[in-house]
Write a protein that binds this ligand. Structure first.
Ligand code: PBG
Length: 334
């Protein structure tokens, strides 16, 4: 008997048509959620040094950008307001201003695009506090859970009133999902969804985002370790996610993304809930840096990085590569 492999897995890899026939996971434009930074004013477009290719934009330009993304097949957008320093204070009351930037942007998007877009708003206080923390602090600088939740409720309601399809608490206070769900139901917003940043780690990959929203200088090198999770923990993430689901989250998210795909995988396989992951600003920045240096190939690496989320079990991905990825997916299919 000649020696040869009984099973040849390479047979199904021989041509691209065969590979397509057996591919287990697919990245689609509808999997992509585009995070966008919104500025006050008109005609404003500012580059972000640590995020080449991403801009802070005023609402008029945001509407144009969203129209282009819709044409590419991206319909979900996560809105992050850039708040002028003079509107920040200890009580973060700008967070629930019905005419705040996030509320205005939400209204404008829903007025112009109706239900063809999914508008996701960030529920957290860091863009509105003078110290850049996600909550109300006591004299020692500790973020107070229940006092913060009271403000988050008002913020979430103001987003729902503005027409947000999904409110996304990214603050990591205990019990806030239940409290926000209760308030939404009470005020007649029973159809407003909650996407919980359920397992959000105290990560060092958020640096460029903090530059983008202008909270980096305010944090002054501090961290968020008393409320965001310890990167050492995995079982605790499952507890966080389970609690948020019990409290009424419709969707859960793991953040950051690529270094935490084990958590995405556990979340999907153990809890079966609609699962999202956030490829965060630092992940975007390091990819862009490698592309600019010519160390990595832009086109293929972007799509590979996003497909990895699908393989891990994510139903969707928040990514600053959303628009580039959608363009690449169209090029591939044409
Ligand atoms: C804050 C918030 C952060 C991000 C989303 N919402 C930063 C933080 O927790 O300090 C990070 C997103 C990114 O890095 O792309 N509530």
């Amino acid at each position: 008997m000649p020696m040869f492999p009984h099973t040849r897995l390479r047979r199904l890899r021989r041509t691209s048509a065969l590979r397509a026939l057996v591919s287990e996971n697919h990245l689609k434009c509808s999997d992509l959620i585009f995070p966008m930074f919104v500025l006050p004013g008109e005609g404003q477009r500012q580059a972000i040094d640590s995020m080449p290719g991403i801009y802070r934009m005023s609402i008029d330009l945001l509407l144009e950008e969203v129209a282009q993304c819709l044409a590419l097949g991206i319909s979900s957008f996560a809105i992050f307001p850039v708040t002028p320093q003079e509107q920040k204070c200890l009580s973060a009351k700008e967070a629930f201003n019905p005419n705040g930037i996030a509320q205005q942007a939400t209204r404008a998007l829903k007025e112009k695009f109706g239900d063809t877009v999914v508008v996701i708003t960030d529920v957290a206080l860091d863009p509105f506090t003078v110290h850049g923390q996600d909550g109300i602090i006591d004299d020692a600088g500790y973020v107070m859970n229940d006092q913060t939740t009271e403000v988050l409720i008002r913020q979430a309601l103001s987003h729902a009133e503005a027409g947000a399809d999904v409110v996304a608490p990214s603050d990591m206070m205990d019990g806030r999902i239940g409290a926000i769900r209760f308030a939404l139901e009470n005020e007649g917003f029973e159809s407003t969804c909650i996407m919980a940043y359920a397992a959000k780690y105290a990560s060092n990959y958020y640096g460029p985002f903090r530059d983008a929203v202008g909270s980096a200088a305010n944090i002054k090198g501090g961290d968020k370790k008393t409320y965001q999770m310890d990167p050492a923990n995995s079982n605790e993430a499952l507890m966080e996610i389970s609690l948020d689901l019990e409290e009424g989250a419709d969707m859960v998210m793991v953040k950051p993304g690529m270094p935490y795909l084990d958590i995405v995988q556990r979340c999907k396989s153990e809890l079966k809930a609609p699962t999202f992951a956030y490829q965060v600003s630092g992940e975007y920045a390091m990819h862009q840096a490698a592309f600019e240096k010519g160390y990595l190939n832009r086109e293929s690496v972007i799509l590979e990085s996003l497909l990895a989320f699908k393989r891990a079990g994510a139903d969707g991905i928040l990514t600053y590569f959303a628009k580039q990825a959608a363009e690449l997916l169209h090029q591939k299919s044409s």
